[in-house]
Write a protein that binds this ligand. Sequence first.
Ligand code: MF3
Ligand code: CO
Ligand code: CO
Length: 259
Amino acid sequence: MGKIIIKTPEQIEGIRQSARLAAKTLDFAEQFVKEGMTTELIDDKVEEFIRSHGAIPATKGYNGYPKSSCISPNNIICHGIPSKETILKPGDILNIDITTILNGYYGDTSRMFTVGEVSKEAEELIDTTWHCLDLGIEQVKPGNRFGNIGFVIQRYAKARGYSVVYEFCGHGVGIEFHEEPQVDHASRRNTGPEMKPGMIFTIEPMINQGKAKAVIDKNDGWTARTIDNKLSAQFEHTVLVTQTGCEVLTDIHNEYPVS
Ligand code: MF3
Ligand code: CO
Ligand code: CO
């Protein structure tokens, strides 16, 4: 086990700028999420936007990953590879996940988008997943333990009849793409390391309609689908532990007060 990096004020400011750019890229991507668009076209636009802001898409070439974003529709849990074969149609729900490297610093965020009218079931899954992230963020404060994030997320998701993906997790982020600690979205109360001011990590719950299990595509080695092909949703923020609470670094719409 390595160590959880406590970021310096200078590093925090650098990561904050990158995190804000990642979130701005999601805002920019929204206009291309509509019927008939391919996920490859969205990825092309995303790459252009990131580079035009002096940053680099972190996923491109990361362990051989080929694209500038992950776009994961419907039964895809995460790591969907943008493709000209994937054409958006009414009723689709999709996660777009963006990680930027700006001046060497990483920011990581994802959210759900919808195409036209979506089913009541899909909407409920998206709402629940959003609330799971919200509950996880509420746990971010000095002295609290990482296990409490996964504890509150799993309790809520389960009560609503959903399952929590356990094979992919949040992670420390900022200096590297994936740092310690691993942030589980299903875990036991008061377990894991203690949060300390200056830690930066992601919370990114993936919530499934059916079974929790993920199956990786044999051909591309990336795409993670639900084993029963039911829907999956995900939201992700990059958060900083402050002296007294937390700052959501990817929250450019000020949905979370800094505490
Ligand atoms: N952005 C993803 C995360 O939240 C990681 C994608 S890695 C990739 O951790 F290689 F699949 F792009
Ligand atoms: Co992440
Ligand atoms: Co991400």
